[in-house]
Design a protein around this ligand. Structure first.
Ligand SMILES: NC(=O)c1ccc[n+]([C@@H]2O[C@H](COP(=O)([O-])OP(=O)(O)OC[C@H]3O[C@@H](n4cnc5c(N)ncnc54)[C@H](OP(=O)(O)O)[C@@H]3O)[C@@H](O)[C@H]2O)c1
Length: 244
């Protein structure tokens, strides 16, 4: 018996990266999958690998688009929101507009998407948000992104209380994961970054999208788990400041 037989799972951010890996993993456990993000081409490629996957495009930063998405959404058991965008920069230099855009994409986007999906979520279902290690283990020039992640985690705690017992609400907090998020970087620089981060971690490497997705599947399927921020970070929270 698989964990997701007879369940419907909507993944916002399902066009690539960790969201796509979540979609593939729940589909392998017999879930019906609804994939959402902005780029139709990426969604079509992701959906092609998943039998009977449905696609509903959405831009979480656009309230009208989220309303249309929610209207088109069938009843679901689980909502996973991995979509986000991030910006880095020194506190003294990062423009307030950039921070506001980040909050719009990574906090208000998931906030309004979860709210819009509420009428479609069945009793006993769940919502899974994504934050990131920077909320509690800051990095240089990442104070803005850390603050957004902290807001997502705080929202998780509040909604777990408010929406229970009908729904459980949890959050995956990844450390560095090899994903499409870094596709825009020059390959050599990206590999150097992965190697340096991996070396600083107790597990000695950065993570995979499948490992991050596994944390989301655990949160969705464990009925006694709510209000939890689950770190899947290779030990980032306890790593040494200097490399080993
Ligand atoms: N990868 C890491 O190292 C890492 C570390 C810490 C935290 N995280 C967090 O983990 C989550 C997943 O990351 P990832 O690595 O899978 O990122 P990713 O590969 O960049 O995937 C993000 C997805 O979100 C979609 N998206 C972005 N903005 C959107 C919007 N406004 N509306 C709808 N969809 C939108 C993108 O597709 P479109 O462009 O087509 O919309 C894409 O499919 C994110 O919250 C990220 O911040 C990741």
């Amino acid at each position: 018996m698989t964990r997701f037989a007879g369940k419907s799972v909507a993944i916002v951010g399902g066009g690539s990266g960790i969201g796509r890996a979540v979609a593939e993993a729940v589909a392998a456990e017999d879930a019906d999958v609804i994939l959402s993000s902005r780029n139709q081409e990426k969604l079509a490629i992701a959906a092609a690998g998943i039998p009977d996957a449905r696609v509903i495009a959405v831009d979480m930063t656009d309230a009208e688009s989220v309303g249309d998405w929610a209207a088109a959404l069938p009843e679901i058991d689980h909502l996973v929101i991995s979509a986000s965008s991030a910006a880095h920069g020194p506190f003294a230099e990062l423009a307030e507009e950039q921070l506001r855009a980040m909050f719009d994409a990574k906090f208000f986007g998931p906030y309004r998407t979860a709210k819009a999906a509420l009428p479609k979520l069945r009793d006993g279902g769940s919502i899974t948000f994504f934050s990131g290690v920077l909320s509690r283990r800051p990095g240089m020039n990442c104070s803005g992104l850390g603050a957004v992640n902290g807001a997502v985690e705080s929202l998780t705690y509040g909604l777990a209380l408010e929406l229970g017992p009908k729904l459980r609400v949890n959050c995956v907090s990844p450390g560095m994961i090899r994903s499409d998020a870094y596709a825009g970087m020059p390959a050599e620089k990206r590999e150097t970054m992965y190697a340096a981060t991996g070396e600083s971690l107790p597990v000695g490497r950065v993570g995979t999208v499948e490992e991050a997705a596994g944390a989301a599947l655990h949160l969705m399927s464990n009925g006694y788990t709510t209000g939890l921020v689950l770190d899947v970070d290779g030990g980032h929270m306890i790593r040494q400041y200097a490399t080993r």
